[in-house]
Design a protein around this ligand. Structure first.
Ligand code: ZZB
Length: 258
């Protein structure tokens, strides 16, 4: 499966991250890099998720830019022409996911131009970059996680307002309306991010419905079918220098059938 890696520029570090990072990035612009299969939904980003117990690195990609992602992803990027020198992995420092929570980042193409980094229990260290951009309108996982965070902000160590951004309608489908993920959560009576089996079913429905029956409600391709808009939004983000193609070598065998 080929992902789109979206560059979310750090606007302000959380207090914890600021302490760890200090002056160790050498004046580089730093981006959290999220891997997505749904570039057309980027208009609806409301936050960014990291795994609180995952180890991340800050990797110098050039003299002027550094990426936050897992070591595994940095290694893949080094062999996909994303870092300046092929095969070169230049880790500036290591940081745990929990310390990144509360960092404010830019959300490319989103109607909410800046969003907060929040914790998600189900982020896999072995998939994508370990950083996930959150679109609660179209991703049932994101919608369920945000509901959990909003219910117990103190437990999750966040400010209530960070998880309080409403889902933004991005895609309309005839069967599920303008906010497919909240609608599926309701119809399937999903209670929390711990309902992984139902969430996986909801994700399958949301992918298929969005792709085959969805129409864009916002952005340059408003009114265009998702099937057609998807590669075009991706191209626009890449042209703007806000995203890159990112492939997952380990996924090649698995994705052959899809
Ligand atoms: C934004 C987005 C918007 C996503 C949406 C999905 C949806 P999949 O489908 O399981 O192969 N993701 C990326 N990396 C990770 C990770 N390390 N751990 C957990 N989740 C991750 O995974 C691809 C999707 O899972 C990615 O696309 C990302 O969320 C998340 F409206 O990015 B997506 C119906 C889904 N809708």
């Amino acid at each position: 499966q080929e992902y789109t890696a979206v560059k979310m520029e750090v606007v302000e570090w959380s207090a914890g991250a600021k302490n760890i990072i200090g002056d160790r990035v050498g004046g580089r612009k730093v981006f959290l890099v999220a891997a997505t299969l749904r570039p057309e939904t980027m208009y609806g980003q409301t936050n960014c998720f990291i795994g609180p117990s995952i180890k991340y690195g800050v990797f110098a990609m050039s003299d002027t830019e550094a990426f936050v992602c897992t070591y595994r992803a940095a290694r893949n990027m080094a062999f996909q022409g994303i870092s300046k020198t092929r095969g070169d992995i230049n880790q500036l420092l290591e940081i745990d996911g929990a310390s990144l929570v509360g960092t404010r980042v830019k959300a490319p193409f989103a109607l909410n131009p800046e969003v907060y980094v929040l914790p998600m229990e189900n982020v896999l260290p072995t998939k994508g970059t370990g950083v996930v951009t959150s679109v609660p309108s179209d991703s049932p996982d994101d919608c369920a996680t945000l509901a959990d965070l909003a219910k117990k902000p103190a437990f999750y160590g966040i400010e209530p307002a960070w998880a309080g951004i409403a889902p933004v309608p991005v895609i309309s489908t005839p069967e599920y309306g303008d906010l497919i993920a909240p609608e599926l959560i309701k119809r399937m009576k999903i209670q929390s991010q711990k309902d992984v089996k139902q969430l996986s079913e909801a994700k399958d429905i949301a992918y298929k419905e969005g792709f085959y029956n969805g129409t864009m409600l916002v952005g340059e391709f408003k009114g265009v079918r998702v099937e057609e808009a998807k590669p075009r939004v991706r191209e626009r983000m890449i042209e703007a220098g806000l995203a890159m193609a990112y492939a997952e070598p380990e996924g090649l065998v698995i994705s052959r059938s899809t």
